[in-house]
Design a protein around this ligand. Structure first.
Ligand SMILES: *Cc1c(COP(=O)(O)O)cnc(C)c1O
Length: 249
């Protein structure tokens, strides 16, 4: 039996509900960001919102893009590359925020606009050599390890100057700033302590690299203390897309 034209198509109804939910989540995150900026006496426009779309389908990215979201973050190359390819006509800005192995730098150099997880001189050298000449310089944040936990990603404070110098030395890379993922803390004051430590390293590093303008810190659970301590870029997944089904490493 043909569907009468007055009966809404269930797929269209579901898509509209998804879009409405995405709009509500994006609005709520933007409101949190603006409130935190205002509380710190800062302009909300000085803080970039990167939507972390790991484990989310390309359609979920498309929905947020239609609402005006431009910057997206991905952790896993295998799922990121097909999404970037499928959404290329949208002209989005892609940030690589996953752990970077030195044998996996080429697809990052070729397909991403930003990388936030450079923590060794060798990675900077490989990305510089592999960045295609027709592309603008790759925008780089150096990842810092704040706690004394060997094996976790990030340069220590002692290693930081050499990594910054390696990034700054290449015309194929543009040094933008620092990034960190602090250890999880229950108390906002404890979270703030880690963000303040990164902000201190940022201020220090800017004496040698005054053009750095990006402090990449703050996620769904802690964007307020991050912004209070000077974050200029927050990386938000769960609060925009809902809980991830697959666990993100
Ligand atoms: C997954 C991830 C995020 C987003 O975390 P949420 O808590 O979902 O907002 C931010 N930064 C990095 C490096 C991540 O891996």
């Amino acid at each position: 039996m043909p569907t009468p034209s007055s009966t809404p198509d269930p797929a269209a109804v579901a898509a509209a509900a998804t879009a409405a939910e995405a709009a509500a989540r994006l609005g709520a995150v933007r409101a949190r960001l603006a409130a935190a900026a205002n509380a710190a006496g800062r302009a909300p426009s000085d803080i970039t919102l990167v939507a972390v779309s790991k484990t989310q389908p390309a359609e979920a990215v498309r929905t947020l893009a239609a609402l005006g979201q431009r910057d997206f973050g991905e952790n896993y190359l295998q799922e990121a590359l097909p999404k970037i390819e499928a959404l290329r006509p949208l002209g989005l800005v892609w940030h690589f925020i996953g752990q970077l192995q030195s044998n996996k730098t080429r697809p990052v150099a070729e397909h991403f606009d930003w990388v936030h997880t450079v923590d060794r001189v060798k990675l900077a050298e490989r990305l510089a050599a592999q960045r295609p000449f027709h592309a603008p310089p790759l925008q780089v944040c150096v990842q810092v390890r704040l706690e004394d936990e060997p094996g976790k990603g990030g340069a220590t404070a002692a290693e930081l100057p050499a990594v910054l110098a390696a990034v700054a030395a290449s015309p194929r890379l543009r040094l933008r700033g620092l990034m960190a993922i602090p250890p999880p803390e229950d108390l906002p004051a404890a979270q703030r302590h880690w963000f303040a430590a990164l902000a201190g390293l940022f201020t220090e590093a800017r004496t040698a690299h005054p053009d750095m303008d990006t402090l990449s810190m703050g996620m769904s659970g802690d964007l307020e203390p991050a912004i209070a301590e000077g974050s200029t870029l927050v990386r938000v997944g769960t609060a925009l897309f809902g809980e991830r089904l697959q666990s993100g490493a």
